[in-house]
Design a protein around this ligand. Structure first.
Ligand code: NAI
Length: 261
């Protein structure tokens, strides 16, 4: 049985992953801003340091895997742009950097990062937003999307998920990660029925956009089913999976980009 760190453990897909791993007999250290083994605000540098330290201490320096599910949606308001970037990007990459040695210690660790199909279905996300995030400059990333007005939050959300997916693909194949026996991959969901989506559906303008969005198989995804994918990506069956972005989105990515390959 393994020891796993799961961020976003209090709700939605992170919560569903915790339930499945625990039911299978694994030990899970959950991280969240509320209702978690390690309570930490991943939007702040202090909170991220606390999460790194506490997880390492509870896991006794060795992790069989990590699931980075904490995230915020495209929250409206210019003042929320840094929050979206900090939780969705820094809240993933800083934690993984801090846990890397513990993941390497287990010999064959697996990491699943939550991306999103917004990465390929949101048009015209500025390259400079993604570059600013990859260089760790959140204020600059926020400045690059402000000109979009009401569209700034979706741009920052998609930008944060593009940056985190690119970070995974760049690092997955290196000596520090693949070379240390750690498999880094991204799960990119479409619209999944969780509290995050429920909040968006409660806003009439957002609900209209979400309901109009093309999902070829129809409806919304189920959090428990997505958690099954995560558990699979943490299992031995995923030994040869490295740097992949796995879309589980009812066909929206294929709808918009049928000829991408
Ligand atoms: P959710 O809102 O149910 O769960 C997210 C969790 O992250 C919550 O427990 C929340 O407390 C935690 N969190 C938020 N801010 C935090 C902070 N500052 N510090 C620590 N924890 C914090 O959302 P859901 O849907 O389960 O999302 C999981 C992941 O999947 C997120 O990264 C999200 O961006 C991504 N995703 C979700 C989609 C959906 O339709 N639900 C679609 C595509 C991606």
């Amino acid at each position: 049985m393994g020891v796993y760190a799961v961020t976003g453990s209090a709700s939605g897909m992170g919560r569903a992953v915790v339930d499945k791993l625990t039911a299978a007999g694994h030990t899970v250290v959950g991280v969240d801003i509320q209702d978690a083994d390690v309570v930490a605000d991943l939007s702040t540098a202090d909170g991220r340091r606390h999460a790194i330290r506490e997880v390492l201490s509870r896991a006794d320096g060795s992790l069989d895997g990590a699931v980075l599910a904490a995230g915020v949606g495209p929250l409206p308001g210019a003042e929320k742009l840094p929050l979206i970037a900090s939780v969705n990007y820094l809240g993933v990459v800083e934690l993984l950097d801090g846990w890397r040695a513990a993941l390497a210690a287990s010999g064959s660790a697996k990491v699943v990062v939550f991306g999103s199909n917004s990465t390929t279905t949101t048009p015209a996300v500025p390259g400079r937003t993604v570059r600013a995030l990859l260089s760790g400059d959140v204020p600059k990333a926020a400045r690059t999307v402000r000109l979009f007005g009401k569209g700034a939050a979706p741009m920052m959300y998609a930008g944060s998920k593009i940056a985190v997916s690119r970070w995974v693909r760049r690092n997955a194949v290196t000596r520090d990660w693949a070379g240390a026996g750690i498999r880094l991959n991204v799960l990119a969901p479409g619209a999944i029925m969780t509290p995050l989506l429920e909040k968006q559906l409660a806003t009439p303008a957002e609900a209209k956009m979400i309901k109009r969005f093309p999902v070829p198989v129809g409806g919304f995804g189920d959090a428990g089913r997505l958690a099954d994918w995560v558990v699979f990506m943490l299992s031995d069956a995923a030994d040869f999976l490295c740097g992949s972005v796995v879309f589980v989105d009812g066909g929206s990515d294929a709808y918009f980009r049928p000829d991408a390959w």
